[in-house]
Design a protein around this ligand. Structure first.
Ligand code: SF4
Length: 712
């Protein structure tokens, strides 16, 4: 019998409202819910693949333990929890809390209470060793905020902007910055007169809608941003009143960007000086501009500086909401804050805690995940011996070989998962978990994320709750991911303390709470009561929760800083670089990533039928193919200074010469050989964690990677 139910998609943070069609209790179709505001019924191919993920024939229904024969055998989940609790208790006693680490990867997105419960577990055992995918994604944004300071009135809403600058991002595919039906949002904005400027080496789906697309050489984001700041200053397009009241460092910034004149930037970045002038003119004339930096700028070695220059640009133009403007982060399922038209002074990039390796420190973005494999492999006091892993890092991290070696050396690797992933194959225990449709959820995690990264969530107060829509299969032995932490903590005699959004401790009785009860506990004190959100199962904008930016406190003395010494020193280093392509350099090509909306990066990669394409071609400009005498469809070798992969070549006439563009999320596991035509190419083999990394966040270079290309 056919049935439908309302829910929202949890395969990425866009949280598109959907209607799911079930036949005989099994999901068969996902449709966008047109009754919900903001999204217009939008879904993407990834979201519509949920039935395939749910019905994955290789889904885990029972937990697994790696036995002495090196193979995984079925184990009762309760027994696995007991054994994990015992091993962790022993490690805690013998080696202290730093010997136990947690990695927050992609698994936290579909199961929103998981991160709260996992954090409580780490508190309960006293371990600070939490790592996350954030330091391999866009750590530059929180670091730049910490060095520049924060505007307490939030950000300008994209719908109110008369100009937008998007650098190294492709919201139409990534959903970052324009999370709800991004193509329509862009179209509506442009039709309403918004001028879009995109800086990207590739002619992306977003760049194709731009008034000005600065198709730069990979890695030249810094010089172009510095050039834009210089032009705005030279043209007098600065908000003097805003600067006087709120900002320090204007003269130093003006001196620091002086070398980046339009001719120099144009030659260096491979763009037209006229286009650079036109982009500066648009930004100089804009009343309100929406400014966004994506993953691309984070991966090319100067992520902090790129985000910092974007903040500097915003501050010299005064592109910040003022008293009386709409606040774009009004609380629905988080705690209310009081938005004010005033700065919060910089608070510094580092927290004071360190790793033992490479002098890596904990920054405001977290412990550098790039240091985690070495923390596991480096002997001595404080070595990480056990890891609980929420995600599939062996498919996601750069330097797959090092990650594989480290995971293999752990005394205890535990992974809760719905599938037997690349990382699960190395785990001592794989806890079989419930699928998305078998668990309740809210959109709270996205709202929390928005408070850390303005590119997520909604500009208006929106939220949705979904109940569990299906029971787990009969005869299975499954838990929800949060239950792993709850039960292991109980096994270790360290019950968890959960906190509501307002920081008040939540009490629960002796028995294990249900998932819905945990949601209630962690949402206590939310801007809109959860019961009210539950009453609107198709999602709702809570107009009554809309906050307005208040006036500046009369005694506010905080100021933003646009001349952080570390950032300006890095900028001087960029200005001093020798530039210019050398045709004799074997590593003269630059490898850049390519978003693919058909895959969930590291998760569900092997679900039958999930990939639109079996493999990930390496795209190059037709001129490069001619010069190298290569044919589309042929096999090529891509060699970096650290590794080599084979890939299937494809021609892309929207690419500039000298660029190789390829998607992540494909290829074989580190211990296997790639078969480019069958499973694609694992780009992570070309990258290294421990060289060419950012000095603050530790993020290694993953974009604009120097590579050599030849016939395979
Ligand atoms: S953009 Fe796609 S994957 Fe993301 S929530 Fe929407 S439908 Fe799901």
């Amino acid at each position: 019998m056919m049935k439908t139910a309302s829910t929202f998609c949890r395969l990425c943070t866009a949280s598109c409202p959907t209607t799911i069609e079930f036949n005989e209790g099994l999901p068969v179709r996902v449709m966008g819910d047109r009754s919900t505001p903001l999204y217009g019924g939008y879904t993407c191919v990834k979201g519509r693949s949920l039935p395939k993920i749910h019905l994955n024939p290789d889904r885990l229904l029972f937990s697994l333990k790696k036995e002495a024969d090196g193979r995984h055998h079925r184990i009762g989940t309760d027994q696995a929890i007991t054994e994990i609790g015992n091993k962790l208790s022993r490690l805690l006693e013998e080696h202290g809390p730093r010997s136990i680490a947690l990695y927050y990867g992609n698994s936290v997105v579909p199961y929103p209470v998981l991160s709260s419960v996992a954090a409580s577990f780490m508190n309960a055992i006293g371990s600070p060793m939490s790592f996350s995918a954030a330091t391999l994604d866009q750590p530059g944004l929180p670091i730049a905020n910490a060095l520049h300071g924060k505007w307490l009135g939030g950000r300008i809403a994209s719908a109110e902007a008369d100009a937008a600058l998007i650098v190294g991002g492709n919201p139409v595919i990534s959903k970052q910055y324009l999370s709800q039906n991004p193509a329509r949002q862009l179209k509506d904005g442009v039709n309403a007169g918004m001028k879009l400027i995109v800086i990207d080496p590739r002619s992306t789906e977003t760049a194709r809608r731009a008034h000005i697309h600065l198709q730069i050489r990979p890695g030249e984001d810094v010089s172009v941003l510095a050039g834009l700041v210089r032009l705005l200053i030279a043209d007098g397009a600065i908000d003097q009143a805003f600067l006087a009241e709120n900002v320090d460092g204007f003269d130093q910034l003006a001196r620091a960007v002086e070398p980046f004149n339009p001719q120099y930037v144009a030659a260096r970045a491979g763009i037209s000086a006229d286009d650079l002038h036109e982009a500066a003119r648009i930004l100089g004339e804009a009343r309100k501009a929406y400014i966004a930096g994506g993953t691309g700028i984070s991966m090319t070695g100067h992520g902090n500086l790129c985000f910092y220059l974007l903040l500097c640009l915003q501050s010299i133009r005064g592109f910040w909401p003022r008293a009386g403007d709409m606040f774009t982060a009004s609380a629905v399922l988080t705690a209310k804050v009081e938005p004010k038209a005033q700065p919060l002074a910089p608070w510094g990039a580092f927290t004071g805690a360190s790793l033992r390796v490479r002098d890596l420190k904990q920054s405001v973005a977290g412990f550098p995940t790039s240091g985690l494999p070495e923390e596991i492999l480096t002997p001595g006091e404080g070595r990480i011996r056990a890891l609980i892993c929420l995600g599939n890092p062996l498919a996601a991290w750069p330097d797959s070989a090092l990650a594989h070696e480290a995971m293999s050396k752990l005394e205890l690797l535990v992974i809760p998962n719905v599938e037997f992933s690349e990382t699960a194959r190395l785990a001592h225990y794989v806890l079989a978990t419930k699928q998305i449709l078998e668990t309740p959820a809210t959109t709270q995690l996205v709202e929390i994320t928005k408070n850390l990264h303005h590119g997520y969530g909604w500009d208006v107060p929106y939220a949705q709750y979904t109940p569990a829509l299906l029971d787990p299969p009969a005869e299975s032995d499954l838990i929800e991911e949060w239950q792993l932490f709850y039960r292991v903590a109980r096994e270790m005699g360290r019950p968890l303390q959960l906190f509501g959004v307002d920081g008040t401790p939540s009490q629960y009785g002796d028995g294990e709470p249900s998932s819905d009860e945990v949601i209630d506990l962690v949402l206590r004190g939310s801007g809109v009561p959860l019961d009210e959100v539950r009453r609107h199962p198709t999602g709702k904008i809570y107009r009554s929760a809309q906050q307005i930016v208040g006036p500046r406190d009369p005694d506010c003395r905080d100021r933003l800083n646009i001349a952080d010494a570390f950032m300006l020193e890095e900028l001087a280093g960029v200005a001093a670089e020798s530039v210019g392509a050398d045709d004799r350099d074997p590593y003269r090509f630059r490898l850049i990533t390519r978003r693919n909306d058909a895959i969930v990066n590291s998760m569900h990669r092997r679900v039958p039928g999930i990939h639109k394409m079996r493999y990930n071609p390496a795209y190059m400009a037709p001129d490069d193919l001619d010069r190298l005498g290569l044919q589309p469809g042929s096999l090529i070798s891509i060699r970096s200074r650290y590794g080599e992969v084979k890939a299937v070549l494809a021609s892309d006439d929207t690419l500039r010469p000298g660029v190789v563009s390829i998607s992540h999320g494909y290829g074989a596991a580190p211990e296997e050989d790639d078969d480019p035509f069958a499973v694609g190419t694992n780009v992570n083999r070309l990258l290294r964690m421990d060289v060419d990394h950012d000095p603050i966040s530790g993020i290694p270079r993953m974009g604009a990677v120097a590579v050599a290309v030849a016939a395979a």
